[in-house]
Structures are given as C-alpha cells and as structure tokens.
Design a protein around this ligand. Structure first.
Ligand code: GLY
Length: 425
C-alpha cells in the first residue's frame, strides 16, 4: 500500500514508526513530517492545513490511504476533499470534527444525544461570562471554544482568576478559537482517555491511556498539550471501559451519523471517572499526543489494517487489536518556557543514540541543520518512550535514557506515571 501520513508531531512520528513496520506498506510519504520521521518515510514540506496540496500529493503518489494526524487537518476539511477525490481517508469530516473544534458544539451535542457530561454555559461576551460564573462553584473551568493546542483550558481557583481567564480568552489570545468561551462544572474524579475507532457504522475500542496536562511536577503549573502519558491506564477497569463505550463512544458515533456525518477515524474520549459514572470532559477527533505514543509502543497487531478498515467501512471484519502485556510510558521533553514562550533554536545532543530495544525516542518539535545538528523548533520537542514488564521498569528505562540526552534548553516532569506507580507499589 502507498500511504500518505499528515502531520509533524510526536503523535505522527509514533504512527509513522508503527506504519513503517507493517508488511502491507509499499511506500510511506509524510507531509510535512519532522527530522526524526525521515527514518520511516519520504518527507514533503506541505502544511497540514493546505488541503489542495495534500490532495494533489495523495493523487501523485497514488495513495491507497491517507492518515490524518492533527486536528487542524480535520478542521480544514481534508477528509471531505479526499472523499470528493475518491481517496480513502482515516480521519473524520470537518462537520464531525466539530466534536473537537467547537466545545460549544460538543456540549450541545451531548444534550441532544444524552451523553453524560458536566453542566455548562456558553458566552461570547466577557461581561455576561463573568456574571455567568455565579451559576458555578469554584474551581471554575474556562475553555476557549475552538482549537488551542491543549492550551485553551484554565482551571481557576477563584473568581478573580476566572475573570482574568475569561478576559484572556475573549481578548484574542487564541485568535478565532477564543471568540466564545465555555464555562463548565468542575468534575471530581480521575481522568482517563479511551480511544475508539469507527468506520462510519461499526465501532471498536482501541486502547486507553492517562496523561499529565500540567507543565510541572505534582500537577502544578499551566495546562499544556500533555507532558507525559502511560498505558495501560489503571483507572480503566473492564467495567469502566464498557460504560465509556456504551455511554459515550457509541452514542457519539450514532449521534454524529444521525446529524449527517458518519464518523471514520479515531475518537479520543477524555472522561472523568466520577462517583456518578463516567462523564465527558472532551472529545478529540484524532489520536492523542502524547497518548498515541504509548499506544503504539504497546500495540502488537499491525496498525495498517485498522486504519484502512476505518476508511473503507470494513472494521467489522477485524478482531479487536492485540496489546503487549507490558507497561509503556512517555515523558515529554519540552523547550524551556513552554507552554507560554518556548525558547527555540537550542541544540540537542545525544537524542539519536541506540537506547536499546525497549526505548524509542519520537521527535515532535525538532529541526535539523545541514550539518546534522538537531535543534528545538517548538514547545514539545522530544518524546522519550519506554516499555517494561512493570511501570517501575518502564519508568526507569525512560528516565535513564533522558539522563543520556544533553539538552540544557529543555525541561521535563520527573513524576510521569505517578498514579500507576502508586497502584503498582
Ligand atoms: N494529550 C491531549 C491531546 O492530545 O489533546
């Protein structure tokens, strides 16, 4: 098969790594990719939102399948344009993508289709939003309506901080994504991420993970796109998986099909396991980053048949995937200053040595000079991933690898997987 993979982050590097291992693959082209992904495929410098150029590239390479990595491509309508061109695509239409690209759409969708989620209110005016805080108890959850790379959520401990977050979001910090804000009930419980595939009608659970959103150890600091993940996710008992499948994932697929947009791709269900059962925190309409990295480390089955089946409507022909009976952990190395003002251009040494069979380094925001020097080019820069018999072993391997990477311009959390480690102890 000829496959075009769209995206350039650690999530896409993990997808490329797994796709490249498939015996079904003839040619992998990645747009735009990153320096680490050059080991898996041919890189083409096309932006994930340049829909006409991506469709032309898919036609040029006679792609049997296009795999959409990032939400920005979903929002830009890449799947819609590929459908018009008759090219199979793993990734939902822009309409279905509103389950991620508009928090207000999703909350209304939950109301329309009876999905459990927290109470909420939507505002496009700062004065009304501040007055609306009275409907909620602290801590206040303030979200920019649109895509904000995981940085559009503020959990404000008091009213003054909530009002500042409202001013910030509606004041243009997130561009068009912040033209509306959603204020939500703060949900108490443990957070988890379940992934489900859909081919337009058939659904299949496809792994679970937990992540750490705050920038610093001890769940302190600003929200980020994710500073680390681990899988399997201990919060997911078989009962919880079943509840999330039947109360959130399947109703979402049925509901979006009823609204005219059958879902083809992966739905990332972020939920709070509350005392009243699972409640939706948010949907994402693509794999999580860095959740995807630990899923790919643990996936024993070939990924490509699942991606292809979602695109072609044949998921019902496949058995559920087989997962390695091991723990996997991913520690994000971020540029100092992330998430607000990451310092780019700093030199990274030692990231491309052989760390052994159970450690994989995925690139996210990196660039390479003509002489081979590797540099930081974004906020989240490298993903150090490791597998082990236990979480303790996986964690030791990941942090031992980090100790061998020479990057004074970066920082990372030192407590990734603390919940899983506590349960293992
Ligand atoms: N790690 C959260 C996300 O991918 O949005």
């Amino acid at each position: 098969m000829n496959i075009l993979l769209v995206g350039s982050g650690g999530r896409e590097h993990a997808l490329a790594w797994k796709i490249a291992a498939s015996p079904l693959l003839a040619r992998l082209v990645i747009a735009p990719g990153n320096p680490g992904m050059a080991a898996q495929g041919e890189l083409r410098p096309i932006k994930p939102t340049d829909v006409p150029a991506l469709v032309a590239l898919a036609e040029e390479i006679r792609a049997d399948l296009v795999v959409i990595g990032p939400e920005t491509s979903v929002e830009a309508g890449l799947a819609d344009a590929l459908a018009e061109a008759g090219i199979p695509c793993f990734g939902p239409t822009a309409f279905a993508g509103q389950l991620e690209s508009s928090k207000a759409f999703t909350k209304g969708f939950c109301d329309r289709h009876g999905l459990p989620t927290g109470a909420y209110a939507v505002f496009d005016d700062a004065g009304a939003a501040k007055a609306g805080l009275s409907q909620f108890q602290p801590p206040y959850v303030i979200k920019a309506d649109g895509l904000a790379a995981g940085k559009g959520v503020v959990i404000a401990q008091d009213r003054a901080a909530a009002e500042a977050a409202i001013d910030d979001a509606l004041g243009g910090r997130f561009g068009a994504a912040g033209s509306r804000v959603v204020i939500e009930e703060f949900l108490e419980g443990e957070i988890g991420s379940l992934f489900a595939l859909c081919d337009g009608s058939t659904a299949m659970v496809f792994g679970a993970a937990q992540d750490h959103k705050r920038a610093f150890d001890g769940e302190q600091g600003p929200n980020t796109g994710g500073m680390g993940t681990y899988s399997p996710a201990p919060v997911f008992t078989p009962e919880l998986v079943d509840e999330v499948r039947s109360q959130l994932a399947e109703p979402a697929f049925d509901g979006i099909a009823d609204e005219g947009a059958p879902y083809r791709g992966v739905l990332f269900v972020e939920l709070m396991a509350t005392a009243d059962g699972p409640k939706l925190v948010e949907f994402n309409t693509r794999f999580g980053d860095p959740e995807c990295q630990v899923l790919m480390l643990r996936l024993e089955s070939d990924l490509v048949p699942y991606l292809e089946a979602c695109a072609n409507g044949t998921l019902g022909h496949l058995s559920p995937p087989v997962w390695r009976d091991e723990a996997a952990i991913c520690v994000v190395l971020a540029a100092k200053g992330y998430p607000d003002k990451p310092e780019v251009g700093t030199v990274i040494k030692g990231a491309e040595q052989d760390f052994g069979p159970d450690v994989v380094i995925f690139h996210a925001g990196t660039s390479r000079d003509a002489d081979g020097t590797l540099r930081a080019s974004g906020g989240r820069v490298l993903n150090v991933c490791a597998r082990g018999e236990t979480f303790v072993e996986a964690r030791e391997r990941a942090y031992a690898a980090i100790a061998r990477i020479d990057w004074p311009g970066g920082f990372h959390r030192t407590d990734i997987g603390w919940r899983a480690l506590a349960r293992e102890a």
